[in-house]
Design a protein around this ligand. Structure first.
Ligand code: CA
Length: 241
């Protein structure tokens, strides 16, 4: 059973979410505002496995809530509920640290599936390594190690905590080492997004990963930009001529 925090001020939507998620066997609590959610997660340290976060909230909006959580080193998986037809919301959501998003109004079956997907990834990564497909739980390159279970990147003695989707993106690029991977392919394979999404959302994840991985993020050696296409992971750049 997973514990889910639903952050939504419109009570009929919140109750509908609670009903459907409880029917799936999850335990659900509702926070009516961003401030309420932050207090539970940061001050009371309440243990939740996932947060459903509406963007449109009174007081602090969903973007602010996600940003504050990440700033305070809280890496709970966040599924953000954005307004339909606003790609800038999606972009902003990823920038602020959301792991996935769903436009409102949403189809409840899709929402339940997305929640299940994020929870499964979290469990694969953290609790059940035997259920995880290869590669192994760790990958080392050029003095750095990605720990896929603990969602950590170790870089010469420094430890960076990653979000679920940062880890999944890194895993995908590492699996495809040496091959340029298109942004659209990344959205499909990592985020399971087939709809027409602004693929620039990926770029913000790359910017964050470069901060953890690259000695000089403006001169990347591992996470290379392939102009007009996407990105390519290089494990040992010094061996390349
Ligand atoms: Ca709302």
């Amino acid at each position: 059973m997973s514990r889910i925090l639903v952050v939504e001020d419109e009570s009929h939507i919140a109750q509908g979410l609670r009903f459907n998620l409880e029917a799936e066997g999850h335990a659900v609590e509702i926070a009516g505002s961003g401030e309420d959610a932050l207090q539970r997660l940061l001050e009371k340290n309440a243990p939740f496995d996932l947060m459903l976060l509406d963007v449109m909230l009174p007081g602090k909006d969903g973007f602010t809530v996600a940003t504050e959580l990440r700033k305070r080193q809280n890496f709970i998986p966040i599924l953000m509920l954005t307004a339909r037809g606003r790609p800038e919301d999606v972009l902003h959501g990823f920038e602020s640290g959301a792991d996935d998003y769903l436009p409102k109004p949403f189809n409840l079956d899709i929402l339940v599936a997305r929640v299940g997907g994020l929870l499964r990834r979290k469990n694969w990564l953290q609790n059940a390594p035997e259920a995880a497909p290869p590669p192994a739980d760790e990958f080392s390159f050029a003095g750095k190690t990605v720990d896929f279970q603990k969602l950590q990147l170790h870089n010469h003695g420094q430890v960076f905590q990653l979000t679920v989707m940062e880890t999944e993106l890194l895993r995908y690029l590492i699996r495809n080492t040496g091959r340029p991977v298109a942004r659209k392919e990344i959205l499909e394979k990592v985020w399971d997004l087939k709809e027409d999404t602004d693929t620039r959302a990926i770029d913000n994840f790359i910017v964050r990963l470069r901060r953890y991985i690259e000695k000089d993020p403006t001169q990347p050696k591992h996470l290379l930009t392939v102009r007009g296409l996407g990105y390519q992971f290089v494990a040992e750049p010094e061996q390349q001529k």
